[in-house]
Design a protein around this ligand. Structure first.
Ligand code: SF4
Ligand code: SF4
Length: 437
């Protein structure tokens, strides 16, 4: 590495510990954590690098702590984000498909309130989707893998009429085109019964299932406007699935999304513990605590957490379940939907950019008959600039401004999902866990 350049400290260095003679720095852009001698750090601060041995200097440069003096790091981040968003040379193609918008539950927070909750994807639309996918694969030889996520409504309501026939056809097409394919499903779990598992996981190449539990027993029934029996059925399906995947050595993951506000946290925590103690529970299940928030058409819930409150709950939850802390990795965009290679498909073949738009006709950005339309909604969504406060944020590289859909709906204002102090706490925890192991 050429160390003869003029260097400066990266803007994205955060001091996470400063003790005795050592300064511990986390560079959020590079994703590195480096311990430095205090004297060396003070040389850095004074831009005085001559006394540092060139091999050490090279390693600080490699870890991203020092960057060329003339580099505009913000410009670099924005360029990389644009490149990821608009690159036509991506090797993967993703679709989130709603085979139906009907649902058997009525969750008060559901963004689909106000959307006509009936209708299934017809055979003709399924056929058109296959034509559309075939054309895309044919015209883009660089695509090597396809990812399909079933979404809804409750997608398993359309298990027989859409999922089985369309998933089978997509697999056959990808096989013919020499492209790999993997499926995911976002379901409430009520219809995820044992007779469907062989198709979904042995034939259907389903690799990921996400289901949501917002509490146990009565709390669950209240929040989803359903019965307590429904809760027991969903839990039973979940545990049977975990056991099934394990016994059949199928490499698929289950994410249990636990939506919390300030009212149901304790309940959710106990639920996770009781699920873990069931004999059918295997390590293919991952719990993910998620923050309930007011969204789009959703009704008011009284006790949404603030960012700090939620971070506190998440920290407590992970410690309680002895869950490993995830190191906050740098990313190029906040979510895949903000890129040109991911689309959502409605029941009539409409194309959308975000799954939260499915069923909202005025947010459609084309359809599978005629392809994409560069309409105002599409351009506003794709070209949404990062808010001013994000541009100067030290954790921009691990956040990238928050959900673009939420920002677009909110005049490009963003409510931070993270605070610097909490992320520093998580990084410290991560390091201490690594040291123990
Ligand atoms: S949303 Fe908040 S945490 Fe994320 S980059 Fe913007 S200011 Fe930073
Ligand atoms: S809601 Fe936001 S984070 Fe979720 S898919 Fe849409 S744009 Fe992405």
């Amino acid at each position: 590495m050429n160390t003869d350049h003029a260097w400066k400290l990266s803007y994205y260095n955060l001091i996470i510990d400063n003790f005795n003679d050592v300064v511990c720095i986390w560079n959020t852009k590079h994703g590195s954590v480096v311990q430095l001698d205090k004297d060396i750090y003070s040389c850095f601060e004074k831009n005085f690098f001559d006394s540092i041995p060139s091999s050490d200097l090279a390693s600080y440069i490699k870890e991203g702590l020092l960057v060329p003096q003339d580099l505009d790091e913000q410009q670099e981040i924005l360029f990389t984000a644009r490149q990821r968003q608009y690159s036509l040379g991506q090797s993967s193609l993703g679709f989130v498909i709603a085979p139906t918008v009907a649902c058997n539950f009525r969750c008060p927070y559901c963004f689909e309130q106000g959307i006509d909750r009936c209708g299934y994807m017809s055979k003709e639309t399924q056929r058109l989707f296959i034509d559309f996918l075939e054309k895309l694969l044919h015209n883009n030889a660089n695509i090597k893998n396809v990812r399909i996520t079933w979404f809804g409504g409750e997608p398993l309501l359309a298990y027989d009429s859409v999922i089985v026939p369309l998933q089978s056809k997509i697999i056959a097409l990808c096989h013919k085109m020499n492209v790999t394919v993997a499926f995911s499903i976002i379901t409430n779990g009520y219809f995820l019964t044992s007779e469907k598992l062989d198709f979904l996981f042995k034939i259907g190449q389903t690799k990921f299932v996400q289901l949501t539990l917002d509490g146990s027993g009565e709390e669950y029934a209240k929040r989803k406007s359903t019965s307590i029996d429904a809760f027991y059925r969903v839990v039973d399906n979940l545990l049977n699935l975990s056991d099934y995947l394990h016994k059949n050595t199928i490499d698929a993951k289950i994410k249990v999304r636990l939506n919390v506000d300030n009212d149901n946290y304790e309940d959710v925590k106990n639920l996770a513990l009781s699920l873990k103690s069931d004999s059918r529970f295997c390590d293919n299940i991952d719990f993910s605590l998620e923050r309930l928030r007011k969204y789009g058409h959703c009704q008011e819930l009284q006790s949404f957490c603030t960012t700090e409150e939620f971070e506190h709950l998440k920290y407590d939850f992970n410690s309680f379940l002895e869950k490993s802390f995830k190191f906050p990795e740098p990313k190029t965009v906040f979510c895949g939907q903000h890129c040109m290679n991911v689309f959502c498909v409605g029941i009539n073949g409409e194309l959308y950019k975000c799954e939260h738009d499915i069923g909202i006709q005025k947010h459609a950005v084309g359809n599978i008959r005629n392809g994409l339309t560069y309409n105002k909604y599409f351009l506003d969504f794709m070209d949404l600039p990062l808010p001013k406060k994000c541009l100067s944020c030290k954790i921009l590289p691990v956040c990238m401004g928050g959900c673009p859909h939420r920002r677009l709906m909110n005049n490009n204002n963003t409510e931070c999902d993270f605070t610097i102090n909490n992320l520093i706490k998580v990084v410290k925890h991560f390091i201490s866990e690594k040291e123990v192991n």
